[in-house]
Design a binder for this molecule. Structure first.
Ligand SMILES: [Fe+2]
Length: 328
């Protein structure tokens, strides 16, 4: 791909003129230890520029199921404990990018839910994003909720008069013109019988794959989805998993369509989920790794010590690895 084409593809040229200022998300990357800068180039697409001072893998910290915001004294105390743990985790692991895979806030607990966790995340000095979880839906509408998340990089697309919360990050290494890896975030819904990745989002993903193929983009991809796909259970049932299995897999209304679309793409290498706080296992099903994050908030149910999952992407080797991490 020629540089001129790349600029057109990423939208860099027009974006610099159009924005003319540094966004809150860019600022987060600049002031923390992160070597990543995130720029929005379309409503549903971001470019994550990775420019470490010496070659190393990109570090993504997956946090999930923090369930912040319930205004009860005990929950407020446990939120403070979670904030401290997350700050420590970030100081220790020095991630370049944070991906929260849903149930960030108990928006459904009361009209008075506190959204102070957003300020905490904005102050971490690391660019971040959020894939919607079922508890993120509630009293405050999703557009209003997202308006508060000024420092986060959140995308969406419109289709048939509706707004859908799926979007992607294309990771570009220093000095490179072409993207080297992609991360896709999806919304897995909140209400029965639609607690799964919706058909419009799967159609969107198909269109993304087709457009990439036309441009010659074949990057490996990771998918971030709050509610696990049904294959998490199929894999566990035949004992192909490693890690904690402490409760039934709540794949809710997923019936295999999401996995089938990912499988067909041949580009999705792993799916990272949350939702089931007592599970943190991982394993490979039909060539795609299925990975639970680790419950991250003390206001959430479940007894597992709180932590996160560090995902390291080696762009030069086109590979990734991950492990659970804990604040110590
Ligand atoms: Fe949860």
């Amino acid at each position: 791909m020629e540089r001129r084409d790349f600029l057109r593809w990423t939208g860099t040229a027009s974006l610099a003129t159009a924005m003319g200022h540094v966004s809150a998300a860019e600022e987060a990357g600049a002031k923390g230890g992160s070597a990543a800068r995130v720029r929005q180039v379309e409503t549903d697409r971001f470019v994550l520029e990775f420019t470490p001072s010496a070659p190393r893998p990109l570090r993504i910290l997956q946090l999930t199921d923090t369930h912040f915001g319930t205004r009860e004294p005990k929950k407020r105390e446990s939120d403070q404990r979670s904030f401290a743990a997350i700050r420590t985790l970030v100081e220790q692991q020095c991630p370049d990018f944070l991906v929260h895979t849903g149930d960030f806030i108990n928006n459904d607990s009361s009209p008075l839910a506190s959204f102070e966790a957003i300020e905490v995340f904005d102050s971490l000095g690391v660019p971040w994003t959020h894939a919607l979880g079922n508890h993120d839906y509630g009293y405050r509408s999703i557009p209003a909720f997202r308006k508060l998340m000024k420092g986060a990089s959140l995308g969406e697309f419109q289709e048939s008069g509706g707004t859908h919360y799926a979007f992607r990050f294309d990771i570009v290494a220093a000095g490179q013109a072409e993207p080297a890896y992609s991360v896709f975030c999806f919304d897995s819904g909140f209400r029965e019988p639609n607690r799964r990745v919706s058909q419009p989002q799967l159609d969107w993903f198909g269109r993304q794959m087709a457009a990439d193929a036309e441009r010659g983009v074949k990057t490996s991809a990771l998918a971030m989805i709050h509610i696990p796909v049904i294959e998490f259970e199929k894999m566990r049932a035949v004992d192909l998993h490693k890690g904690n299995y402490g409760e039934n897999v709540c794949f809710d209304n997923d019936r295999g369509d999401t996995f089938a679309v990912f499988h067909k793409s041949r580009r999705v290498k792993a799916v990272f989920s949350g939702h089931d706080h007592k599970n943190d296992y991982c394993g490979t099903w039909e060539g795609i790794e299925l990975v639970y994050g680790r419950v991250g908030g003390w206001s959430a149910y479940g007894d597992l010590p709180r932590g996160g999952r560090l995902i390291e992407i080696d762009l030069a080797a086109n590979s990734y690895a991950h492990r659970l991490v804990f604040p110590t």
